[in-house]
Design a protein around this ligand. Structure first.
Ligand code: HOZ
Length: 424
């Protein structure tokens, strides 16, 4: 069946024809393609088109698709069974790796998605502090649980539902939403709600509203304010964890959160999430403490085996400088091409993450991100797709590189993206 036929059938059976809204192409126009296989830096559609992929399954595929080591690890684990519902040895190895890579994590609990990780970390912070309110930042996306789906990025923003229907107003009242990159607003919130704020949760580099980088000292001021006011600091590193450095953004900026949420890369392409942090906080979790959290498939042996292989590869190859070199190549290409065309553009890039905002001024928060020309982005997206380059189908998502892009893929992609900009 072609993508068109599959999508027609899917729309009859699945809401919008997709199992996650951001895949639906609504904000860029047109219909999504279906993928039948993926290898290295390339995905192959049901229509037999080969596309250079900068979505990388929304982050996990840092080693490229279907890496032989990860595939072999899954195959080997599969020999022993798919799920046991009891502790298994892989979980211990995974916990050892995470604790070794991320120094702020002393204990870690595995779950099945980034949404579960952030939802559980928030509950834990509330249970530990015995406070109800939380701070999040507009444009940050922490999955789709009730407390966090307020002024949210990613698909929620892309489809114009940053405040989802179905979230009770009484829940939303417990979430204080502040602008990112504004430490004074955080200080004011702590003063306005003394002794009531359990935690701040932040994507240290917001990557669900395009890609925003923090102003110097901003993340350190969040740390200071949390410590001063007895709240916990949660870094949501589901996207940035293991992608920008083995120890995530916290290693790069030297700020130690109390809790960290993880996902994506630690599953090697299988469904996974994790949250971890200080022992005294983590030991509030059941069965040791009173904060309940659970999951039938948590620590699943196939997901653990895939994730362990992905993390060990990172340790062996230390690919971060190579990835950053490719990131800079793309950034420089996009800047040169948009300048030559006379288009206003901002190209934030860090390591293997980047995005293109069609905007005249730097993007520092949600409000400035909304000023980007999303219609022009849609045209750019389709011009790239026509040339064989797949970008996230939204002006508010980050693009990802993998080690498999090295060589011909990155050079071809740069040429195609320049041509796409020239054609706008
Ligand atoms: N965090 C991913 C996008 N920013 C999730 C992808 C999805 O929602 O399907």
């Amino acid at each position: 069946m072609t993508s068109e036929q599959l999508f027609a059938r899917a729309r009859e059976l699945i809401p919008g024809g997709v199992n996650s809204p951001v895949r639906a192409f609504r904000s860029v126009g047109g219909a999504p393609f279906f993928v039948k296989s993926a290898q290295g830096a390339t995905i192959t559609t049901a229509d037999d088109r080969h596309l250079i992929d900068f979505v990388c399954t929304w982050g996990p595929a840092i080693h490229g698709h279907n890496h032989p080591r990860i595939k072999a690890a899954i195959a080997s684990a599969l020999e022993n069974g798919t799920s046991f519902g009891t502790p298994n040895p892989y979980e211990v190895e995974m916990a050892e790796l995470i604790v070794r890579f991320v120094p702020s994590i002393q204990k870690v609990r595995m779950c099945n998605s980034g949404t579960e990780a952030t939802m559980s970390a928030i509950r834990l912070a509330r249970g530990f502090t015995r406070r109800d309110k939380i701070i999040k930042f507009s444009g940050c996306y922490h999955g789709h649980s009730d407390s966090l789906l307020i002024k949210a990025g990613s698909g929620a923003l892309t489809h114009g539902n940053p405040d989802s229907a179905g979230v009770p107003a009484s829940f939303a009242r417990e979430t204080l939403v502040l602008p990112y990159n504004d430490a004074a607003a955080v200080e004011a919130a702590f003063l306005a709600h003394p002794g009531q704020i359990a935690c701040i949760i932040v994507e240290p580099y917001p990557a669900n509203v395009g890609l925003i980088l923090p102003e110097p000292g901003y993340l350190a001021s969040l740390r200071r304010l949390c410590t001063e006011h007895g709240a916990l600091l949660i870094f949501d590193e589901v996207m940035t964890g293991f992608r920008l450095a083995k120890g995530g953004v916290q290693e790069l900026v030297g700020v130690k959160p109390d809790l960290t949420t993880l996902g994506k890369i630690i599953g090697g392409g299988l469904p996974v999430g994790a949250f971890g942090g200080r022992t005294d906080v983590m030991d509030m979790l059941a069965p040791v403490g009173p904060v309940y959290q659970a999951g039938t498939l948590s620590g699943n042996p196939l997901a653990m085996a895939a994730g362990i292989a992905a993390l060990r590869l990172l340790e062996e190859e230390n690919p971060y400088e190579r990835l950053a070199t490719m990131g800079r190549q793309i950034r420089d290409t996009l800047i040169a091409a948009t300048r030559a065309k006379g288009l206003p553009a901002q190209v934030p890039q860090t390591g293997s993450m980047f995005c293109l905002y069609f905007a005249a001024n730097p993007i520092r928060d949600y409000a400035t991100a909304l000023k980007t020309d999303a219609v022009l982005f849609g045209r750019f997206f389709h011009a790239c797709l026509a040339k064989g380059v797949y970008l996230p189908p939204s002006a508010y998502e980050a693009c990802f590189l993998s080690t498999a892009h090295a060589g011909a893929s990155i050079d071809q992609a740069c040429t195609h993206m320049s041509d796409a900009i020239r054609s706008l």
